[in-house]
Structure formats: C-alpha cells, structure tokens
Write a protein that binds this ligand. Sequence first.
Ligand code: JHZ
Length: 396
Amino acid sequence: MIKTFLDLGAQPLANQYLKKPKKLSKKKGELYNLKVCFDTKSKLVSISKKIPVTKMFNSSYPYKSSMSKTMLKSFKNLAVNIKKRFNPKLFLEIGSNDGALIKNFNLKNSICVEPCSNLAKITKKEGYFTYAKYWNFSLSNTIKKKFNYIDVIYAANTLTHIANLNDVFRSITNILSKNGVLIIEDPSLLECIKKTSYDQFYNEHIYVFSALALRNVINKFGLELFDIEKINTHGGSLRYFIKRKNNKNFNISKNVSSQINTEVKFGLNKFSTYKRFEKTTRESKRKLIFLLNKIKRKNKTIVGYGATAKATTILNYCNINEKTIDFFVDTTPDKINRFMPGKKIRIKKYNKNIYKNIDYFFLGAWNFKNEIFKKEKKFIKKGGKFIVHVPSPKII
Ligand code: JHZ
C-alpha cells in the first residue's frame, strides 16, 4: 500500500531557472503538487507526481557536478578505488553529467550515457564515447550490440531520477557481465530523515533510497548488495555495490546487514517514522521563517549561497521571497542572471568580493558547508554569519 506522509505544496520544476520571473500556473504544468509517499510493501519512499523526463532533463539542464571541489575529490578517489578493486575492461557511467567522474577513466574503455545534450556534448568533445540518450532497455540493447557485456556500471545521483525502476534494473542486467559490478550512489534516506532535510524532495528526486528498499527492488532482478560505503557527499550518501546473486567472486560484507539493521532500528520500515518526519519538517519550516523574519526586522541583508535544486523546495514550501533573500550567488554559468524557480529572487555570479554589504548567507548548498566555509574565511572573520536549516534552522 502506498501512503502519503508529506505535502510540500505547489512547487515549480527545481532546475528551471527562468530568465524573467513570471507567475507560474498549475494548468500549464509549471507548478505541481509535491507530495511524498511510503510504500509499505517495498519500503520505497517516492514523490507521488512524476514529471515527464523530457521536461526535466533536456538540452538546457544547468547543473554541473564539476562545480564543487568536494565532488571532484570524491570522484577522483572513487576512480582510484574502482580501478584497484575491480580493474574494469569496460566502464559505463549512467548519468555522466559534465564528466566529473569519467575524466578519471581512460578514453578507450569508457562509455557515457547522458540524456542532457548540453552536458553530453562536453564528454563527447573530450573524446569519450557518449550516448546523449535516456537510460532504458532499448539503449542497453544498442550498447550490448556495440560493446557486448560491461564489467563495471556506475551511476551517481541518477537512478533515483528515473521513475520506472523495473526498466532501469532490467536494462542493467541486460548488459552487466556475469561477474560484473553495479555501483550506485545516492543521498541516504536515513540521513535525510535524521537531518530533516526535506529539501531532498523535489521533482527530479523521484525516489530517495534506503538500503532496505533498494535490496527489495533489485532482488527481483537476481541482483544483491555485497557492500555499502557511507560517504559524506550531498548531506550523507550511500554507495551501494551490487552483483548478480550467482556471482560468487565477492563475499557479502557485514556493512550490508549493519546498514539495513540500523535503518530498521531507526524505523525506516514503519510508516509512523515518516509521520514523525512530517511533523519535524513543519517545525523546521516554522523555525526557519521565524529566524529569517527576526534577522530582517533588524534590517540586515540575507543572500542565498548556492542556487541549489534543494533551495527551490525550501523557498517554495516556506514561502520565502525577495523581501527576505535579496539574491543568490552561484558559480554555475547557466544559472547566472536567472531567477530562483517560482520566485523573483535573482541569481548573481559569484565573485570573491561578493560578501561586501552582506550580513548573512543562507546556505542553499548546505551539503558543501565545509568547502564553502573554507572559501569564505574572510567573510566569517569580518563577522559574517551563515544560516543553515539542517539539522534544524540556526545561525552559525
Ligand atoms: P548541489 C542537483 O541538486 C540536482 P542540487 C540533481 N537532481 C541531484 O541529484 C544533485 O545535484 C546531485 C553551487 N556552488 O550539488 C553550485 C557554489 O556556487 O548541492 C551548484 O549550483 N559555490 C542532479 O542543485 C550548487 O551550489 C560553491 O562553492 O541541490 C550546489 O548544488 C559550491 C561548492 C557550490 O545540488
């Protein structure tokens, strides 16, 4: 049974940064109701409304993974580990974005799949064999015809963005070699619930995985988890290592049962846990609005730092507008001089002197707090403050 536990209100598409702000309409499909549900059988957490992929991932997708040093470092380390541990003859990345990970792999034995053609162009230009296509069964057949079976398939922050998980895993098992490994990484549902980071829910995040739910999903395809790594990226993610059940080349690590046991102990298998999360989310909204209003009453300036997809959920759920946050700063070229989705809040190009006349930064990219704090030492030294909303709204 599918049960709804959270209503985040009318939301625009998270990565649609308009050149001019306008009143969005539900009728035209510019706004949708963001509700989050729990499947009592599979334990999957998903959003209820699925937006057509072509509306989300197309030739003007702005997000680039390479915009953060943290991600680049994480991908570099991962590439070293994959080569050491699995030594793939053929490496396939689903959702290769701007090549932040793949550039650590050899041109000759790497394949990229990226449906956003503006991003696919980047890896193509660098010489990587790139399919500017959506991941599906037909594409897996095309790849199989050309390359045969693949021994390492990797996807970061991608599979949770595809509604039809049955097709996702059927397509993967279609081309994964007998002893092949599938590695996927995504924000951890446990961390999301623990930190009340309700902003992990938006149109692109159709699912937020727990190990518990993922195990149930892949089981039908003769796949099993053999290792799980906890990583710090995106507010706490899990990196899952998956193999065919009949592949006895890898032992099942204790990390798998330990993660699932922790999740069950926390209650990720129970609807009541999600109802509690709904309550803490409402409380978080109330506290954030109270905090921002208190600062504004003192005539202080607040500027958003990192025009994230996550910030779209916060701004629209908490009804925060340009009277509270003057503008956002961001380093992503395709976001600059545009407006935060659903809001009249402009995004300005980040520069090193941006903090002059700013009292507070609202940390839209809270998941890169360490990287940003390191970069903004001068702002902090001058008495500048940051506002974060996870694990609960506060000034730091
Ligand atoms: P970041 C996107 O979500 C969308 P977002 C997507 N659905 C997903 O799953 C995750 O990524 C992986 C900027 N920035 O990574 C760059 C600075 O300006 O939290 C980005 O615009 N200065 C695919 O958007 C944004 O912040 C900096 O110093 O929630 C970060 O976006 C740093 C470090 C970042 O993902």
